[in-house]
Ligand binder design. Structure first.
Ligand code: ATP
Ligand code: MG
Length: 299
C-alpha cells in the first residue's frame, strides 16, 4: 500500500515526455532510481513517490485525486477535461506551471493534392484523430460538422489506408506528415507539457514540499533559459555595450588589474547571445567575451 503522507507525482513511463520529466525532477534534487521497469519509484532523499504511467492516464489520476501532481501534455489534459465535461462531469485540478518542453501543435493535415480554402472545406468529411473533443471545439466555431475516425496511433496513415479523408494529429517538425504525403492545413491547438495538482487541499507538510519543489522547478527552468555573460570593455563605450546586451539592467562592473580604461562586465541574460551581437560588441572594443550556461538560480 502506498504511504499517503508521501507526495505522489505521476509522469510518463516511456515516450516523448519521459526523459525531460525525469531530468527535471533530478535537477530539482530528487534522487530516484528509475532504472527498473517498475510502476512506482521511491525518492531516496525526500518523501516523494513517482508513478510511471501512460500519458493518457495522468490527467485522470490527478483529477480523481489518486496522485498529487502530474506532468502531462496540455493536449492530453485538455482532451480529458473536455471528455469528462461531455459526460456531464466537472473535472477539477490546478495548473501549477507550464514547462519548457514537450512543445507541439495539434493540426489538421490533408493529402498533398487537397484543395484547401478554409475550415468550411472540411464539412462532412471523415477526420482521423486521437483528439475528437479538441477537434470538435475548434470546428464548431465555424459550424463545420464532421465524421470521426477514432485512432490511438498511426493516425497519419489513415488517408492512405482509406480510413479517413484528412487527419488531426500532433506535429512538431512536420517530417512525419511529409513522409506520409500530407500537408498541414490548420493549427488547432498549441501545447507544451505542464505540471498539474489535484484540487483538494493538501496537508501542511505536502503543501510545503510542493512549494519547495515549485521554487526549484522555477530555478531550473529559469536557469535553462538564461546565460551568464562576461566580457572586458573600454569604460568610454560602456553605455553602448550595455545597450547591446539583452536584459542588462544591472550589470556588475569590476576593475581590471593594471588597466585604467577597461573594466570587466558580468551579467545574467534571459537570452543567449547571438554571434551577430558578439561581433558588434567586439567592434565596439569588447574582448574576452564569454557566454556560459547557468545550472541553477534562486532569486
Ligand atoms: P504513452 O505510451 O505514454 O501513451 P504516447 O505514444 O501517447 O505515449 P508520446 O508520443 O510519447 O505519447 O507523446 C507524449 C506527448 O508528448 C504528447 O501528448 C505531446 O504532448 C508531446 N509531444 C511533443 N512533440 C510531439 C510530437 N511530435 N508528436 C507527438 N507528441 C508530441
Ligand atoms: Mg498516450
Amino acid at each position: 500500500m502506498l504511504d499517503n503522507s508521501r507526495l505522489r507525482i505521476a509522469m510518463q513511463k516511456s515516450g516523448r515526455l519521459s526523459d525531460e520529466s525525469k531530468k527535471l525532477l533530478a535537477q530539482c534534487g530528487i534522487k530516484i532510481n528509475l532504472q527498473e521497469q517498475r510502476l512506482i519509484a521511491f525518492a531516496e532523499n525526500m518523501p516523494i513517490d513517482i508513478l510511471r504511467v501512460r500519458d493518457d492516464d495522468i490527467p485522470g489520476l490527478v483529477i480523481d485525486g489518486v496522485v498529487d501532481l502530474g506532468i502531462v501534455g496540455e493536449n492530453v489534459l485538455e482532451e480529458e477535461v473536455l471528455d469528462r465535461q461531455a459526460e456531464g462531469f466537472n473535472p477539477q485540478y490546478k495548473t501549477l506551471r507550464r514547462m519548457d518542453f514537450g512543445g507541439c501543435r495539434l493540426s489538421i493535415a490533408a493529402p498533398r493534392d487537397f484543395d484547401y480554402t478554409g475550415p468550411e472545406c472540411l464539412k462532412d468529411l471523415r477526420i482521423a484523430t486521437t483528439y475528437p473533443h479538441l477537434l470538435r471545439r475548434y470546428l464548431s466555431q465555424y459550424n463545420v460538422a464532421f465524421k470521426t475516425c477514432l485512432l490511438n496511433g498511426s493516425v497519419e496513415v489513415a488517408p492512405r489506408a482509406g480510413l479517413a479523408d484528412v487527419i488531426c494529429d500532433l506535429v512538431s517538425s512536420g517530417a512525419t506528415l511529409e513522409a506520409n504525403g500530407l500537408k498541414e492545413i490548420e493549427v488547432i491547438y498549441r501545447s507544451k507539457a505542464c505540471l498539474i495538482q489535484r484540487q483538494a487541499e493538501m496537508s501542511a507538510d505536502k503543501q510545503a514540499l510542493i512549494d519547495k519543489l515549485m521554487t526549484r522547478i522555477q530555478g531550473v527552468i529559469q536557469a535553462r533559459e538564461s546565460k551568464y555573460i562576461m566580457l572586458h570593455a573600454p569604460t568610454s563605450v560602456l553605455d553602448q555595450i550595455v545597450a547591446l546586451l539583452p536584459g542588462a539592467e544591472n550589470p556588475t562592473i569590476l576593475p581590471l588589474t593594471g588597466e585604467q580604461n577597461r573594466v570587466a562586465l558580468h551579467m545574467v541574460s534571459s537570452e543567449s547571445l547571438f554571434w551577430e551581437t558578439m561581433e558588434k560588441l567586439k567592434a565596439l572594443g569588447a574582448s574576452s567575451i564569454l557566454v556560459l550556461p547557468i545550472e541553477k538560480m534562486m532569486e
